[in-house]
Design a binder for this molecule. Structure first.
Ligand code: ADP
Ligand code: TPW
Length: 570
């Protein structure tokens, strides 16, 4: 026998990356394999990470973003170079716009060749392209820097206003080796990635003074409030003050929509009439008419308190009289503490006037919901779905479309925080199946996806992903034969159908059957109810093709006024 000296144990880029993610509590990767990351996906799975493989990177990225929103850990999306990276980029930009923490990790081609533009396989300067679309972008060139790269990416995604981060990993990095012990030491376990940010006491006092003098106060809860997971304190603030509140769509359920202080059924009234509005994790962007105009009643008759982690958000659209800067949990608990034990409840004439309007509007809506037209319309279908969600308050609800979005948001009550995922700040189509997969994988609860037929088309191929992982997802496609409606005509009289019209009577349920899931064709609320109940009871991937009157709904749903032709007429 020869007396060989044993070579020191080595590690490589692949393993350092996996170890760095695991060290930081990351247990799931959403992605799509190919050069140079195929082995990484295999090894990650081999090392105990859950690797969820998609059919298109945008949906893997959307899943990562939704996972970030639900868990306060950055969701990880893994893509191949150039085209895969670009496919993932929409979701990275969308996550940043929504303030959801995610990290897009992409393999890339070799720097030397890319920088000299010598035509490498899938050549692209990905770092430069990603930079303006996310919070931060980093590239790692050496295996010993992987620990730092992951730590910086996690901190950037989670701290302050959460958002998307890009991490560029050139192919050569994965195979680089180094001493295993030194490699282990190079990894960083991030301590306190999203440090609490305690609001300044004078800012809290200023807000309380304003609130105390309010005659018609209103609280507006946004998806930042849902993200913050300060559910008990937010509820305490609302209930202690007796102030009516409005949830933005993804803040629904933070308090149950059936709560007596919910002003959703009197939305236009409270927005116009309130004198002091407290924004909690909600921006005064287009979704709130920028805080001005007809929606907000008489000009200059309102004062705003805004709780937000991002100081630069303040005064973005209108003057904010009392900004409270900090994390929502710390801000809300400071406000509660400052209120003491005998804080006066919101004036009864205000809350009484709201209750009257709510009663009237709800009675009107009840009549519409009770109708049972044939074919189904949005209201009769959603009336059935509303009862199903009520019976399953822990189910996740994913929602996209135009009319399908607007009507579901207003008709289907939510009962628990962070159960509703939708098109978010951009009003983007295509989040449906990606968000649904993340919702199922992360929560393990049943998922109900209410999808416009156009909206569904953007991510429909992920039905195969849903079947492959046997996820308890029930997709309901509101099929009205087109974008918005199915009734448009070709203005030229030619043989092509109008740009918004699809194949009539399409059977989306067959797509689910193609991959072994359950497909149902439903033409009545009773059939819809039965199919949804069976889907939830069995946990089997299900797609219900819900036939909706093709004349129902309006162009662009509630935002018709944003269409240039309509806007120009104003
Ligand atoms: P919505 O669309 O529901 O109105 P937005 O996405 O417009 O909500 O607003 C969310 C806001 O919440 C952002 O301005 C963001 O900075 C803020 N935010 C997110 N997380 C936190 C947090 N933990 N603490 C404080 N503010 C937060
Ligand atoms: C990435 C524009 C907004 S809503 C919508 C489109 C195409 C579909 C509406 O039809 P659907 O719903 O889903 O059938 P319904 O209930 O009204 O019939 N591309 C992207 N995002 C957006 N928002 C669009 C296009 C759009």
């Amino acid at each position: 026998m020869t007396n060989e000296t044993q070579s020191p144990a080595l590690t490589d880029g692949f393993h350092l990356l996996i170890d760095a993610l695991k060290l930081n509590g990351i247990d799931t990767i959403f992605g799509l394999p190919g050069i140079p990351i195929t082995d990484l996906t295999r090894m990650a799975q081999g090392e105990g990470l859950r690797v969820i493989s998609f059919r298109h990177e945008q949906h893997a990225g959307n899943a990562a973003a939704a996972a970030g929103f639900l868990t306060q850990k950055p969701g990880i999306c893994l893509t191949v170079s150039a085209p895969g990276f670009l496919n993932g980029l929409t979701s990275l930009a969308n996550a940043t716009t929504n303030c959801f923490p995610m990290i897009l990790i992409s393999g890339s081609s070799e720097r030397e060749i890319v920088d000299l533009q010598q035509g490498d396989y899938e050549e692209m300067d990905q770092l430069a392209i990603a930079k303006p679309l996310c919070k931060a972008a980093f590239r790692v060139l050496h295996a010993q820097d992987i620990g730092v790269g992951i730590a910086r990416a996690i901190r950037a995604a989670l701290s302050g206003r959460p958002g998307g981060v890009y991490l560029d990993l050139p192919a050569k990095l994965f195979g680089q080796t180094m001493d295993a012990e030194a490699g282990k030491k190079s990894l960083i376990k991030v301590v306190d990635a999203a440090p609490r940010q305690i609001p300044a006491p004078d800012s809290v006092q200023r807000a309380l003074n304003l609130l105390k003098g309010a005659k018609r106060p209103l609280i507006l809860l946004g998806k930042g409030a849902a993200y913050a997971q300060a559910d008990a304190d937010i509820r305490a603030l609302v209930e202690k003050t007796g102030i009516p509140y409005l949830p933005m769509s993804m803040a629904k359920g933070l308090l149950p929509d059936t709560h007596e202080q919910s002003a959703s059924a009197a939305r236009s009234y409270v927005l116009a009439e309130a004198d002091v509005v407290m924004l909690v994790g909600a921006r005064l962007n287009w979704l709130l008419s920028h805080g001005k105009g007809k929606t907000w009643g008489a000009p200059n008759a309102k004062q705003f308190i805004q709780i937000d982690i991002a100081p630069t958000e303040i005064d973005s659209n209108v003057a904010i009289a009392a900004p409270v800067i900090g994390d929502i949990g710390s801000c809300v608990s400071a406000l509660l503490a400052g209120m003491g034990s005998n804080w006066a409840k919101a004036p009864a004439d205000w809350t009484g006037a709201i209750a009257d309007r709510k009663d009237k509007n709800q009675a009107k809506m009840a009549i519409t919901l009770a109708l049972n037209p044939s074919p189904m319309n949005y209201h009769s279908a959603l009336s059935a779905i509303r009862d199903i969600v009520k019976a399953h308050p822990d189910a996740m609800l994913v929602n996209e479309g135009a009319n399908t979005l607007d009507f579901t948001r207003s008709i289907v009550d939510m009962y628990q925080p962070r159960k509703r995922l939708d098109v978010g700040t951009w009003g983007i189509m295509g989040i449906g199946m990606g968000f649904s997969v993340a919702a199922a994988v992360i929560t393990g609860k049943p998922v109900i996806a209410i999808e416009g037929d156009s909206a569904f088309g953007f991510s429909g191929m992920e039905v195969e992903t849903i079947c492959r992982y046997n996820l308890p997802i029930c997709v309901v496609v509101f099929n009205n034969n087109g974008v918005y409606k199915g009734t448009d005509v070709n203005a030229s009289g030619g043989t092509d159908v109008a740009p918004t019209v699809f194949v009539k009577g399409a059977r989306y349920d067959k797509i689910m059957e193609a991959f072994g899931g359950v497909g149902v064709h439903a033409t009545t609320p009773a059939e819809l109810t039965q199919a949804m109940n069976e889907a939830i009871a069995s946990g089997k991937p299900t797609l219900i093709n819900a036939v909706i009157d093709e004349t129902a709904g309006t162009e662009s749903g509630r935002i018709t006024s944003l269409n240039p032709k309509t806007a120009a007429k104003k």
